[in-house]
Design a protein around this ligand. Structure first.
Ligand SMILES: Nc1ncnc2c1ncn2[C@@H]1O[C@H](COP(=O)(O)OP(=O)(O)O)[C@@H](O)[C@H]1O
Ligand SMILES: [Mg+2]
Length: 237
């Protein structure tokens, strides 16, 4: 954890309730979540399938609306923002790494990485320069012109990491980022996230089923049935 930023939490969730409604069926996915995440912290979220981990990420990052409670990110209440404002806030301050890589298949690695910058109005020359730097920082500078199908799973996940850091976000949300990778490749991807956390002070919230990955984080949050069940500070070697 980076010292000196303890005063304003990166994320502050209070009484967050999320109910999915499909026809007459109601699924209470989050049942009153209270959670504070500090700047520069690396937090793992664990819990059985269906307990609400993905919903938590979607709700805390403002990708999805909540039914009750409040969410502040970097001191801003995102729940009361208008859609366009929230989208701009996400583009400026958040990165996303998902298990299914969400890369656009017709674009090269460099084009996938620079896309958020182009959408954000950065001029194409600087966008390309920053995309190539981001690819270099995950060891993929030579693969800049390759399309996703020409890359391995681990390389594709590194492209999504490059894309998540190209706008230098304050916080990165990662949903099972190593779920589709073999142990060695998963470890490499985790090492990159740790390095970016150290070097850039980026806050990471990582959903994982891997106890070894979770043990490398500053804190582990265990979820159960839409609630924070308990938290754990791993003893680091
Ligand atoms: N779009 C949706 N519509 C209805 N129910 C959903 C939707 N997404 C998730 N759920 C339900 O909400 C609960 C939490 O899901 P999820 O957050 O995906 O859990 P996890 O990521 O921990 O596996 C589950 O019961 C799931 O079936
Ligand atoms: Mg999930």
């Amino acid at each position: 954890m980076q010292p000196g930023h303890e005063s304003v939490p990166m994320v502050e969730a209070r009484g967050v309730v999320k109910v999915y409604r499909t026809g007459a069926l109601e699924v209470p996915a989050l049942q009153g979540v209270d959670l504070v995440i500090h700047r520069g912290e690396m937090v793992a979220v664990m819990g059985p399938s269906g307990c609400g981990k993905t919903t938590l990420l979607n709700c805390l990052s403002g990708l999805d609306d909540i039914d009750r409670g409040s969410v502040h990110v970097a001191g801003r209440e995102i729940t009361s923002m208008k859609d366009a404002e929230r989208t701009a806030f996400r583009a400026r301050s958040m990165g996303f790494i998902f298990q299914s890589y969400n890369l656009l298949p017709v674009l090269t690695a460099a084009e996938n990485v620079e896309l958020p910058l182009l959408v954000g109005g950065v001029d194409p020359r600087s966008a390309r320069k920053r995309a190539l730097e981001a690819l270099a920082s995950v060891g993929l500078r030579e693969r800049a012109d390759h399309k996703p199908t020409e890359l391995s799973g681990g390389q594709q996940q590194r492209v999504t990491i490059a894309r998540s850091l190209v706008n230098d976000p304050a916080i990165v949300w990662a949903d099972e980022p190593t779920g589709n990778l073999d142990t060695k490749t998963g470890r490499e991807v985790l090492d990159i996230m740790h390095r970016l956390n150290r070097e850039r002070g980026q806050t990471y919230v990582i959903v994982t089923h891997d106890p070894a990955l979770a043990a490398t984080c500053d804190r582990i949050i265990h979820m159960e049935s839409g609630l924070m069940e308990r938290e754990e500070i791993p003893a680091k070697a």
